[in-house]
Ligand binder design. Structure first.
Ligand code: GAR
Length: 194
């Protein structure tokens, strides 16, 4: 199973995927390409560290969406990789139906909350401010409804009295780093949860 990873930032989840691959814990999946919409995103450094092609791809002038030309560039470039699965690992840009329909049920997203709670930006901060005692992370198929597609799997994270926004963030990220590679491995072996 060939993977394309899209990310905008730190790339800690892309790194977790690549580490799982190195350790033989990614099932039949293999990362073929990383694209970032931010030219200086640390996620691009994973390319040289792990020997995977990684490059910036111009999304166009907007901050959180594509323009027509940017969208076409992404669709063409991803198609060119002939992926079985496109993994959004911290990709902070909304995909329109035209994009999603190009890769039906082949795009998954990681979100830092127990969806359907706290969709959108800053899922961890939203949960913290709301004062919930359990939050977590979700991997789901991408549909036109932002953070609303069918849920594949989730991990719960308890918010303890001693937690701070920083410790909660670290706990959710640790849960993500385990969940996302495990979901990919399972999908690659034809063992989806649903
Ligand atoms: C992750 O926490 C991911 O859940 C979140 O961005 C972070 C990326 O971290 N994604 C979203 O909020 C998408 N709505 P990373 O760049 O270190 O993998």
């Amino acid at each position: 199973m060939r993977l394309v990873i899209l990310g905008s930032g730190r790339g800690s989840n892309a790194e977790a995927i690549l580490r799982a691959q190195q350790a033989g814990r990614l099932g039949r999946a293999k990362v073929g390409q990383i694209f970032s919409d931010k030219p200086d995103a640390p996620i691009l450094e994973l390319g040289t560290r792990f020997g995977v092609p990684a490059r910036w791809l111009d999304p166009g002038p907007f901050k959180t969406k594509f323009d027509e030309a940017g969208e076409a560039r992404y669709i063409d470039a991803i198609r060119g990789c002939a992926p079985d699965l496109v993994v959004l690992a911290g990709f902070m840009r909304i995909l329109r139906p035209r994009f999603i329909d190009e890769f039906p049920r082949q795009i998954i997203n990681l979100h830092p909350s127990l969806l359907p709670s706290f969709p959108g930006l800053d899922g961890i901060g939203q949960a913290w401010r709301r004062g919930v005692k359990i939050t977590g992370c979700t991997v789901h198929y991408v549909t036109a409804e932002v953070d609303g597609g069918p849920i594949i799997d989730q991990t719960a994270v308890r918010i303890d009295p001693a937690d701070t926004p920083e410790t909660l963030e670290a706990k959710v990220h640790a849960a993500e780093h385990a969940l996302l590679p495990a979901v990919i491995a399972r999908l690659s072996e034809g063992r989806p949860l649903r």
